[in-house]
Design a protein around this ligand. Structure first.
Ligand SMILES: Cc1cc2nc3c(=O)[nH]c(=O)nc-3n(C[C@H](O)[C@H](O)[C@H](O)COP(=O)(O)OP(=O)(O)OC[C@H]3O[C@@H](n4cnc5c(N)ncnc54)[C@H](O)[C@@H]3O)c2cc1C
Length: 374
């Protein structure tokens, strides 16, 4: 029904739904308890062609497009499967390797990323910096045919499970320019810190990474030296749209959930749905969700055609995540005390949504980006 998606995207949706129902839904609560998803899930997803769906077929990838990516992101969001950190690996790191990697690098890293044997992460944020990427203090100093990496990273999604990290640093501590280097698990001096305790996304592992005189060959560099900021900026529009896509799908799923709940629940002899306040709240939410869907799909069409601007992607992230937080709070209120109970989907979704206004660039940074285009 959505003009931006084709039949093959919708067929892929059926396959994704089956996988989520079979492999993720029954185990999600346990992973939230453990704070980490087993690597075996990644391998099963890899076997079914659900990782790195846009990676080229020549390297074992699905050869799909952003429509297939969107379907995966939407279905994970609808199922509230927030423990599963496939998106960073498949939609962000994989894109860097495809866009800036040499053939040798693609041959080395893409097949294990696609089959789920190697989980790849992006390590930008440091204890002293997040929004201001150019303030990175990690150094990637050249020494003959090697780079020597020193620094520490934090808040890294899938850090504990990581098999390879794309590290953002500077060849010269005083410089403004950034360089990207890949560091594989097991490289001497590369250590993983503790699993960070979070208020939400409890099943997704988020950790610190440390680099103490880590030596990697210069052939581990992605793209050219000092071009890292440009590379990161190129991919950011899509990365921000991901958060808008997730917000739209989450709002739609939880609106349905809340309609069902309020139709069932009786208070003072009538259903919660029968109160005008409830119907007006849900009607307003439906109108806003429909507007968000139209805008996000327009952006998806633009990203498919290679036309999405950074301002428009920032709008999708800003309004999507802010709307998601506001509406999920209203949906939770309509659930009464049950909305505060973790076994209810709305309770977990409400907590998990909070970070959408922070990661991938905060709402304030999105406004800065939009303001620059005024
Ligand atoms: C669950 C989770 C997963 C993450 N995953 C990753 C990951 O995989 N890899 C990775 O590298 N990072 C990751 N991050 C880091 C994330 O991208 C940063 O937290 C985010 O960019 C904000 O940076 P910060 O936390 O340092 O906040 P700060 O930059 O310190 O911001 C603090 C406050 O200042 C405001 N502010 C900053 N600059 C301005 C400005 N110019 N104008 C107005 N206000 C401003 C911010 O909006 C915010 O309100 C993750 C974070 C979380 C919470």
């Amino acid at each position: 029904m959505r003009p931006v998606l084709r039949d093959d995207h919708e067929m892929f949706r059926d396959q994704v739904r089956r996988f989520i129902d079979r492999e993720i839904v029954p185990n999600h609560a346990q992973w939230e308890h453990d704070g980490v998803v087993p690597k075996s899930l990644w391998q099963r997803a890899g076997r079914e062609g659900l990782l790195c769906v846009t990676a080229p077929e020549a390297f074992g990838g699905g050869g799909g497009d952003y429509g297939h990516s969107a379907v995966l992101i939407e279905e994970l969001a609808r199922a509230n499967a927030t423990a599963v950190g496939f998106t960073t690996h498949s939609e962000i790191v994989s894109n860097y390797v495809v866009a800036y990697g040499t053939d040798e690098q693609k041959t080395r890293w893409l097949p294990p990323m696609i089959n789920g044997d190697m989980i790849a992460v992006i390590a930008m944020t440091e204890p002293g910096m997040g929004s201001d990427l150019r303030a990175v203090r990690t150094t990637i100093r050249r020494d003959g045919d090697e780079y020597v990496i020193n620094g520490s990273k934090t808040f890294i999604t899938n850090g504990i499970n990581s098999g390879m990290a794309v590290v953002v640093g500077k060849t010269d501590a005083a410089a403004r320019e950034l360089t990207l280097v890949c560091v594989e698990d097991g490289t001497p001096g590369f250590a993983k810190g503790k699993k960070l305790e979070k208020i939400g996304l409890k099943g997704q592992d988020t950790s610190e990474l440390f680099f103490d005189n880590v030596r990697v060959p210069v052939t581990n560099r992605l793209g050219e030296e000092d071009k890292g900021f440009r590379y990161l900026s190129h991919q950011l529009a899509w990365e921000r749209l991901i958060i808008g896509i997730r917000a739209a799908a989450s709002i739609e799923a939880l609106l349905e959930e809340t309609i069902d709940y309020t139709r069932d629940r009786k208070v003072f002899g009538q259903t919660v749905f029968d109160y005008q306040n409830t119907r007006f709240t849900l009607a307003q939410a439906k109108a806003e969700a429909t507007m968000l869907r139209a805008f996000v799909d327009e952006c998806l069409g633009e990203v498919l055609r290679g036309e999405l601007s950074s301002e428009k992607a920032a709008m999708a992230k800003l309004l999507g995540s802010e709307m998601q937080n506001r509406l999920l709070d209203e949906f939770l209120q309509l659930h009464g005390g049950y909305g505060f109970m973790s076994e209810y989907k709305i309770a977990r979704a409400w907590v998990d949504a909070r970070v959408a206004r922070i990661y991938g660039g905060t709402s304030e940074i999105m406004k800065e980006i939009i303001a620059r285009s005024l």
